[in-house]
Structures are given as structure tokens and as C-alpha cells.
Ligand binder design. Structure first.
Ligand SMILES: [Zn+2]
Length: 141
């Protein structure tokens, strides 16, 4: 029992670590980073192909921002600060591309199947889809 108590609480530490606000931010960043793996795994298994879903990039961006805050607010080590200073750039780019792709999907007027952007025919029923510029509210940028 003493061993367990010593492991969980040693002086003012828990699990041998001093806890404060910035430690919580740093560990939260680690938890977010791990959770993106679970999201990617789930979506990949669901679609039966390797994919990088929007949630994966959103969690990556969240982790990048949390680690940047930790590095600047607590660690103050330039190596760590620069390690996370620009990781957000590809995450934001991938989120923008993901959003454009999602908005480009067409709904089949015959069977309501979600068809790939640029598709000329519905993959489910074969109905010819209207041209992209004929879709109301369609952003083709
Ligand atoms: Zn259809």
C-alpha cells in the first residue's frame, strides 16, 4: 500500500511529475495527438481504405497549437518552440483542401447518393449528373 501511495504521490508530485497548468497543456497535447490516430484508424476501417479524415487534421492542428503554447509558455526552449512553430501550416492546408473536396460532392437527384466532385454520372444508379456550374450554390474554386 505504501508503494502505491509513494508511486501516486511523492511529496507534491503525482507519478513523479510536478503538475501545474502548463504540464496539463502539454499532456493534453499528447492526448490529442494520440486521439487523432484513433480517428484515422476508425475512418480507415469504415471506408476500407487509408484516408486522412478532416478530424485527423483538426486534431493535428489542435495538438500543434497546444504544444506551441506549452513550448512558449513553459518550456521556453527554442528547439521545442521551432519544432512546433510551423507544423500548423500543412494541417491548415489539408483542412482547406478537405473542406473544398467535401463541398464539391454532388448529390444525385435520382437516388440522393453522394457522388465524387467532378463526377458526370452517379456511381450508385448511373443517372447523369448536371454539370458542376449548373449546381445551385456550388463553389468550384
Ligand atoms: Zn444516383
Amino acid at each position: 500500500m505504501n508503494l502505491l501511495a509513494d508511486l501516486l504521490s511523492f511529496h507534491d508530485r503525482v507519478l513523479g511529475t510536478e503538475w501545474h497548468f502548463w504540464k496539463v497543456i502539454g499532456w493534453l497535447a499528447n492526448a490529442v495527438f494520440f486521439s487523432r490516430f484513433l480517428v484515422q484508424w476508425y475512418v480507415t476501417e469504415k471506408r476500407k481504405q487509408v484516408v486522412g479524415p478532416g478530424g485527423f487534421w483538426g486534431l493535428s492542428l489542435t495538438r500543434s497549437l497546444l504544444m506551441s503554447a506549452y513550448a512558449i509558455g513553459y518550456n521556453k526552449d527554442l528547439v521545442i518552440i521551432f519544432a512546433y512553430a510551423f507544423t500548423w501550416v500543412p494541417y491548415v492546408r489539408n483542412l482547406i483542401i478537405h473542406r473544398r473536396h467535401a463541398r464539391g460532392h454532388q448529390t444525385c437527384p435520382q437516388c440522393a447518393n453522394g457522388c465524387q466532385p467532378g463526377a458526370r454520372f452517379c456511381s450508385a444508379c448511373g443517372t447523369q449528373l448536371p454539370p458542376a456550374n449548373a449546381m445551385p450554390g456550388r463553389d468550384v474554386s
